[in-house]
Every structure is written in C-alpha cells, then in structure tokens.
Design a protein. Structure first.
Length: 319
C-alpha cells in the first residue's frame, strides 16, 4: 500500500514540476499556458491588416482575459463574408476597410455564457444583444470578449464570435442558426436607429418575447407581435409598428429553429466536458485523482491522509 502511495507521490511531483513552467500566471495576471485549444480569436480584416490596430485589440484581450494569445486559434473575417450575411438582412455592403470588430472566445470554463463588450469602441451592439443572439443559435456557454481598435457599431462582430466558436470546438454552427442570430442583431440595431429606445431596452424586449413565445410554444408571428406590443406598452418603450413587426419576425424565426439550437447547445456542452477540452493540468489531476480513488476503494487505512493530499492539489490548481 505504502509503495503505491510513494509511487503516486513521485508521479505527482514530477508532473506538477513539469506543469508549473508551462502554465503559470505572471504578475500582470496573464496566463502563460501553452494549452489554449479552447481559445479562438477572430480579427476583422481591417484590423488584421494594420499592426497598430491589431496590437490594440490584443492588449484589450489580454487585459480582459487570462489566456495566452500566442497559442489561441485565430481566423480573419473578411468584408466578403460579412456582406454575404448583411446583404440578405440589411442590404448593406462593406468594403475591406470597414471590418474592424474583433472577438475572443474562451471555452476553458463550462459556466453560463458571459459577454464582455468594449463600450468605449463598440457603439451600438451591447452585451445583452450579443448574448440574446448567441442564445438563439444555441450558444449558452463560454466567455466572449468583443472590441475594436476604433469606434465601430459591432454589427459584424457576431459573425466573428460564431466563427470563433466554430474554431474553438471544431463544430460548425448550422447556417440557419447563423442567419437567425445575425438577423436578430441587425434587426435590433435598426430598431435602435429608428426609435428612441436604447439598445439594451430593445434587447430586453426581444429576450422577454422569446421567453414568452417559448412558454406558449408558438412560432405564430401574429401572436408574437401581440407579445412584443404588450411588452413595450408595459415598459413604456416607444417602438413603431413596423419595428414591432420586424422584431416579431426575428423572434418567430428563432423559435422555429429551437430544436436546431438545442442540438448545437448539446454539442458545445459535450465538447466542454470532454478530455479534448481539458487543460493539461486538469487531465493530470483527473488521472491522479482516479489513482487515489482506486487505492481508497481498495484500502481502509490512511484514507484521511490521501483525502487531505488531494484537497491540497485542488487548492494549488486554483492559485
């Protein structure tokens, strides 16, 4: 028994010694791990082509996350890709000098979705708007950071966020869900421009409407139109009938794709909980824990010491 424990202790010290140099946190709070398979970044084409812009964006990402950007999966979203989305929704056309928004997605935690938007640069789309649209596509987990080197509406960033999710997980979001999420963002943005309502007020209306539509299990646009009308009236939000119709159409589309969104949500959850999405230390720790559990199950002696040692390892891993 003691021989097994000694062997396990040797493994712990060796593996922990190997682990510390490649996964530490410096005094700035930046994680220097080389294991960032769960992190993906999408740069807007304009930003990526300007080193000063890119450095500004990277600095924001480092200040608002604890990941090593050098090891993140990266991709570029182009004007052509944004136009493929926008032309079917808003009929807007962007050139290669207008794609500024950038996004970082971190799936190293399976907590609920959290969105951090650089409010000093992203002028229109809010955290609640991104979160609502992502939920419509089945994305309910992860940490999302959105910024831009100069002021930008943030409308094109959603496409980048979803590309980052695809890059991080290796799982493609169905086109129907992408279209619905982008339509939601563009519709809300248009409503904000055409009314006195704030972006967060509009996002809240959509969120409440989706919840009530789901509770009533309806995709009927007329019913959803009435739901939105009641919400705006009850909250003294002044939105014209045309805007209400547009929002109702967006919500109806999202509700009709609920099964697809649920399916994609389960795929992300499965990924986050698999070994593919674990850090090196998590895999080492789980392996060592399994060894302790095996020895505990096969011996009634010294279980307290083993438990205390396991607890110490857990504490060290969160330092």
């Amino acid at each position: 028994m003691w021989g097994k424990i000694a062997g396990i202790l040797i493994i712990i010290f060796i593996l922990f010694g190997l682990f510390v140099p490649i996964n530490t946190t410096d005094i700035t709070g930046t994680n220097t791990s080389t294991q960032n398979a769960q992190v993906a970044i999408t740069y807007g084409e304009t930003t990526n082509n300007n080193q000063n812009y890119k450095d500004m964006v990277d600095q924001y990402f480092m200040d608002h996350s604890d990941v090593n950007l050098d090891n993140a999966k990266t991709t570029i979203i182009t004007a052509n890709e944004v136009n493929q989305i926008s032309q079917g929704i808003s009929n807007r056309t962007y050139n290669e000098n207008q794609i500024l928004s950038c996004a970082l997605v971190d799936l190293s935690t399976n907590n609920d979705l959290k969105v951090d938007v650089d409010k000093s640069k992203i002028t229109l789309v809010t955290e609640n708007m991104y979160k609502s649209a992502l939920n419509s596509s089945g994305i309910t987990q992860g940490y999302v950071v959105v910024t831009s080197p100069t002021t930008a509406t943030g409308e094109s960033a959603l496409a980048g966020v979803m590309q980052s999710y695809e890059k991080a997980t290796g799982k493609q979001i169905p086109d129907s869900l992408k279209d619905a999420a982008n339509k939601e963002i563009y519709t809300e943005s248009q409503v904000v421009n055409d009314s006195n309502a704030t972006a967060d007020q509009v996002a809240d209306v959509v969120s409440q409407a989706k919840q009530q539509a789901e509770e009533q299990n309806t995709t009927d646009k007329t019913v959803i139109n009435n739901i939105i009308t009641n919400i705006t009236q009850n909250n003294n939000i002044n939105i014209n009938n045309n805007s209400i119709n547009e929002l109702a159409d967006s919500v109806a589309t999202s509700q009709s794709l609920k099964d697809e969104a649920t399916n994609y949500q389960s795929q992300i959850s499965d990924y986050v909980n698999t070994n593919d999405a674990q850090t090196l230390f998590e895999q080492i720790y789980n392996y060592i824990t399994s060894l302790f559990n095996f020895n505990t199950d096969n011996s009634n002696s010294d279980s307290g010491s083993e438990s205390n040692l396991t607890n110490n390892i857990t504490e060290n891993s969160t330092t």
